[in-house]
Design a protein around this ligand. Structure first.
Ligand code: ZN
Length: 340
């Protein structure tokens, strides 16, 4: 089967590898119906995250169950399923509390690689959620988005306590930030301020529910958001980048007592203790427990109440994965879908 393999920064190839087999009796093997490239795949692509060896890529997936292990109870061959970027048993105390992305038995799907024709899914009963009915092509794209970027944006909005009467600021205009806007809107936020400098992403931000756009960054961005909020700052802020600048921006645009939901994978972020102390904000984030939200997100998608799949603005056959990485790296594409 075909699989995307990163050999070095900027060096992505599609190669033939063995089809995965059942290893543990709780595994399933799925046939991917589509794959995609994540903003977080750009960290190793840009050499910011070190690759020790050629690495299989991809952690988002929508697929059809092709084979199940002897202990899989809740799934059958032929089921259409979505899961998150972390496989989880969904039964331990951490999972039961809603933090499946930190399950005591967690397996990072990025260590398996889902930019491929087939993928082995550990802890299949806990990880995979069955999709009812037959999705339209648009719904299928949205289901793929649910696997990570939508689920992550959703968690960021929940962690930031976006809701009625609240003003939400969103730092980061990649797919996660944009879908954080969609989530904040669905959760009833009154006002949503997107921080973005790109016309095409601003347009998508407005489509998903942003009421204001702020182009300024740094101290000027903080001042602009204070102006828009009566001098107070946002109640809720979504941080969807993971850099020092973005994390500081998020904390500084949030009013004392407000909430920051941070989901950008942290790279080299160091917070000043005294600055944090006097910010008086709640910080809650980490790898999003997408599995917690999947049943609700699948329902919203299959009933056409949300359309997160429109974040995919470039579709390529998996053979052209290298071009997909280039397009995202050069910001010519927000989110790339790979057809298999
Ligand atoms: Zn667990």
């Amino acid at each position: 089967m075909r699989a995307v393999i990163m050999h070095a920064p900027g060096d992505v190839r599609v190669e033939n590898v063995d089809r995965p087999a059942i290893v543990e009796p709780t595994d399933a093997v799925i046939r991917l119906t589509a794959a995609c490239i994540c903003g977080s795949d750009l960290w190793p692509y840009r050499g910011i995250e070190r690759l020790r060896r050629p690495t299989r890529m991809g952690h988002e997936y929508l697929g059809v169950v092709d084979e199940i292990g002897a202990d899989v109870r809740d799934l059958a061959v032929g089921d259409l399923v979505v899961g998150s970027f972390v496989a989880s048993d969904n039964t331990c105390e951490i999972c039961e509390a809603g933090y499946q992305s930190r399950c005591v038995h967690q397996v990072m799907m990025g260590s398996i690689g889902t930019q491929a024709d087939y993928a082995r899914i550990p802890l299949a009963d806990g990880t995979l959620v069955k999709v009812p009915g037959e999705p339209t092509p648009a719904q299928a794209r949205s289901l793929l988005a649910a696997s990570d970027v939508l689920g992550t944006g959703w968690f960021a909005a929940v962690a930031a306590e976006a809701g009625p009467g609240r003003t939400v600021a969103v730092v980061g205009d990649g797919a996660v930030g944009l879908l954080g806007i969609l989530a904040a809107r669905r959760l009833g936020a009154e006002r949503i301020i997107a921080m973005s400098r790109h016309a095409d992403r601003q347009a998508l931000a407005r489509r998903f529910g942003a009421t204001d756009i702020v182009e300024e960054r740094g101290e000027a961005g903080v001042q602009r958001i204070k102006e828009l909020t009566g001098g107070y700052g946002a109640h809720s802020t979504i941080e969807a980048v993971g850099t020092q600048e973005a994390m500081e921006q998020a904390i500084h645009v949030t009013r004392p007592g407000g909430h920051v939901g941070f989901v950008g994978v942290s790279h080299g972020v160091q917070l000043d203790g005294l600055d944090l102390f006097f910010s008086s904000v709640h910080l809650h984030g980490g790898p999003a427990p997408v599995r917690r939200f999947l049943p609700e997100l699948i329902d919203l998608i299959m009933t056409d109440q949300i359309d997160p799949g429109v974040v995919f603005d470039l579709e390529l056959p998996i053979e052209d994965a290298a071009e997909g990485y280039r397009a995202m790296d050069e910001r010519r594409a927000t989110k790339v879908l790979l057809t298999v």
